[in-house]
Design a protein around this ligand. Sequence first.
Ligand SMILES: NC(=O)c1ccc[n+]([C@@H]2O[C@H](COP(=O)([O-])OP(=O)(O)OC[C@H]3O[C@@H](n4cnc5c(N)ncnc54)[C@H](OP(=O)(O)O)[C@@H]3O)[C@@H](O)[C@H]2O)c1
Length: 268
Amino acid sequence: MNTLKNKIALITGASSGIGEATASEFAKLGADLILTARRIDKIQNLAQQLEKEYAIKVLALQLDVQDHANIEKVIGGLTGTWQNIDILVNNAGLALSSDFIQDATVSNWDTMIDTNIKGLLYVTHAVLPTMIKRKVGHIVNISSMAGIEHYPRGNVYSATKHAVRAISKSLRLDLLGQNIRVSDIAPGAVNTEFSTVRWNDKQKADNFYSTFTPLTAEDMADAITYCVTRKPHVNVETIAIYPTEQASANHICANGVPTAGMFPTDKK
Ligand SMILES: NC(=O)c1ccc[n+]([C@@H]2O[C@H](COP(=O)([O-])OP(=O)(O)OC[C@H]3O[C@@H](n4cnc5c(N)ncnc54)[C@H](OP(=O)(O)O)[C@@H]3O)[C@@H](O)[C@H]2O)c1
């Protein structure tokens, strides 16, 4: 049976969606968890619930992955066995808006780049020294099908996720010989808070997801768990997953009709 007993996993963006579902899945398998996000109340509640349900230890730490100094302070300040992080899931990330480049609000680009690329690098940089010292570790980066393909108005989000995939490949090269695995998970459309955050409009997000059967956060947690429960000599390079009703980063079967244009409800 798969087990994560005696392992410590740090998950960024554990306050909702894929991160939250992964925390639950890891807890079921006995891992002790360091849950991080900006919304501390959400991860504290989740920590309490998982500790009670699965008799594991959970640390809930408020962390904005854009804040390099604080990441160094918080992760550098871990004490005792909490320093021995076995698994890092770099999941925190977001898309903001779906504008054409020529119409974009430039501050949205900054936030996506600072979170999806720089944030992932900062957390990885803070966690790696102990992994290297212990010669053990598994880093799972959450990229996207948008990091493999492109779609109209995906521009900068897509670029950040291409960067995540480039970082995963580079990490595997730079860490060769250190016994640290690096896996990349590339989801298609998953029904989480992602689209509500993207459009700042829950109704629009709900309408989008209602036109087809998207993936769930639990589907992605299942794939992440698959990666981290392989035998130590097995490193899953990439898992790319679409919903059955999605055929590219830009094609879904909306209301039963194959449709080009990921956002058919968006009239822009
Ligand atoms: N849903 C999809 O269709 C989809 C598809 C492909 C890839 N992905 C990727 O999957 C990952 C998880 O997204 P999701 O679908 O689960 O969306 P979600 O439900 O919106 O979750 C995003 C998580 O990221 C955290 N986060 C955002 N900015 C942060 C920051 N500056 N510092 C720390 N945490 C931050 C959020 O926590 P706080 O707000 O509490 O900080 C939240 O826990 C993202 O990297 C996303 O790009 C999603």
